[in-house]
Design a protein around this ligand. Sequence first.
Ligand SMILES: [Zn+2]
Length: 148
Amino acid sequence: MRKAFVNLKNAFRPNSTYKDVIHKIRQDSVCPFCPKYLKQYHKKPIIKTGRFWLLTDNMYPYAGARHHLLLIHKKHIERFAEISPAAWQELERLVAFVVKKRAIKGAALIMRFGDTSYTGASVSHLHANIIAGPGGAKKHDPIMFRVG
Ligand SMILES: [Zn+2]
């Protein structure tokens, strides 16, 4: 069996074509976050390119999110232990950069790693999410982040 770079079971998002996209990627048997294929699947501009990470907006932001950014590790890795100390430092700098650039008042920084049947990730290629809720005093539905 060919390696799966995406997990269709984790690709559900209400009112979104996301699952169809992940299904197509699964059929193509490619990794949508690897540099060779990223432009094919990801149409948002790259905000900043580091030595280890790409910073960009999520193509399929969670409903209600004021910001949903991705930090995609440039080299295909999946495991936590594969993140080098230098990559961690750069991740910190890129998060600080975008928090300032977008004047983000609050957000969650979330990274899944490893076997996607445990994590809820739809793409196994290691990436971090920066997700900010709508803020303000108005009532709104919570933004839920899938794990497992
Ligand atoms: Zn990849």
